[in-house]
Write a protein of this length. Structure first.
Length: 220
C-alpha cells in the first residue's frame, strides 16, 4: 500500500504465498490426472521404511498388463526409479538437489514430455522423510504415509501432523514385528489418537502380506 508520501510497502507472507502457489499448481496436476483417468498416489515416509519396495510389490501384484508410471523423488540418485523400472514399469526421476520434498510444480515439470494417455496409475515416491512432504499437495488422489517396525515406537507421536495430512497409513515390515518385539497395536493406538478413522494397513512389502487389501482400498 502507498502511504501519504507515495512510498509503497508490500508485506509478504512467505508461507501463504509459497503454499498458495503450490496449491494452484496441485490443482492443475489434479485436472491433468483426471483428464487422463489416472489414479495418482503420493507415497511418503522416512528413508528406509520400504516405500520403494512397497511400490515394487504393488507393481508386481497389479501385473504387467496395468499401465503404471512411477515418479521417484530423490535428492541425488536414480536408484529407486531403476529398481521399479526393473519390474517393467515406466519411470521418471526427479532429483530435488537440496529440497526435502516434492512439490506440485516439480511433478508438473517432470510430466511435461510424458504421454499421460499411456497410464492409468501413477505412483509418486516422495523424498524420504516424515516431515516436509506432508505439507505439499501434488494433485494426487491419495496421500499415503508408510511407517515401519524398524523406525522405533515413537514415529507417530513425534510426527502427528504428517499422519493428520495423510489419507491412509501403511505399517510396513510386519514380518519383522515379532523378532523386533515391536508393539504394532500400540502404534495403531497412537495413529487412532491423531485420527480415529484413518485407514491403516498392516503390510509386508517383502512377503506380500496385506498387499491385496491395500490395493483394494486404493481402488486399483
Ligand atoms: N523384512 C522386510 N524388509 C523390507 C520390507 N520392505 C522393505 N524392506 C527392506 O527395507 C530396506 C529399505 O527399503 P526401501 O524400499 O529402499 O525403503 P525406502 O527408503 O522407504 O524406499 C530395504 O533393504 C528393503 O529390502 C518388508 O516388508 N520386510
Ligand atoms: Mg526409496
Amino acid at each position: 500500500m502507498n502511504d501519504s508520501e507515495g512510498r509503497k510497502t508490500v508485506t509478504v507472507d512467505i508461507r501463504k504465498d509459497l503454499f498458495g502457489a503450490n496449491e494452484q499448481a496441485a490443482m492443475l496436476n489434479a485436472e491433468l490426472f483426471k483428464k487422463h483417468g489416472i489414479k495418482a498416489i503420493d507415497i511418503m515416509g522416512s528413508v528406509g521404511t520400504g516405500k520403494t519396495q512397497l511400490i515394487e510389490a504393488l507393481c508386481d501384484r497389479l501385473g504387467r498388463g496395468r499401465r503404471i508410471l512411477m515418479i521417484a523423488g530423490d535428492l541425488a540418485t536414480r536408484i529407486d526409479a531403476d529398481r521399479v523400472a526393473s519390474h517393467g514399469v515406466d519411470t521418471v526421476q526427479i532429483n530435488t538437489g537440496t529440497a526435502c520434498h516434492l512439490d506440485a510444480r516439480m511433478v508438473r515439470v517432470a510430466l511435461d514430455d510424458v504421454d499421460l494417455s499411456k497410464y492409468e496409475v501413477v505412483f509418486i515416491e516422495n523424498v524420504g522423510n516424515l516431515i516436509c512432504p506432508a505439507g505439499y499437495s501434488l494433485g494426487v488422489s491419495k496421500k499415503v504415509v508408510v511407517l515401519s517396525v524398524t523406525e522405533g515406537p515413537y514415529m507417530v507421536r513425534k510426527h502427528p501432523l504428517t499422519i493428520k495430512r495423510s489419507d491412509m497409513v501403511v505399517i510396513n515390515k510386519i514380518d519383522l514385528a515379532e523378532a523386533l518385539e515391536f508393539d504394532v497395536d500400540r502404534l495403531l493406538e497412537d495413529i487412532r489418537e491423531v485420527d480415529a478413522n484413518l485407514p491403516v494397513f498392516r503390510v509386508s512389502a517383502k512377503t506380500g502380506e496385506g498387499i491385496d487389501s491395500f490395493i483394494s482400498a486404493l481402488g486399483l
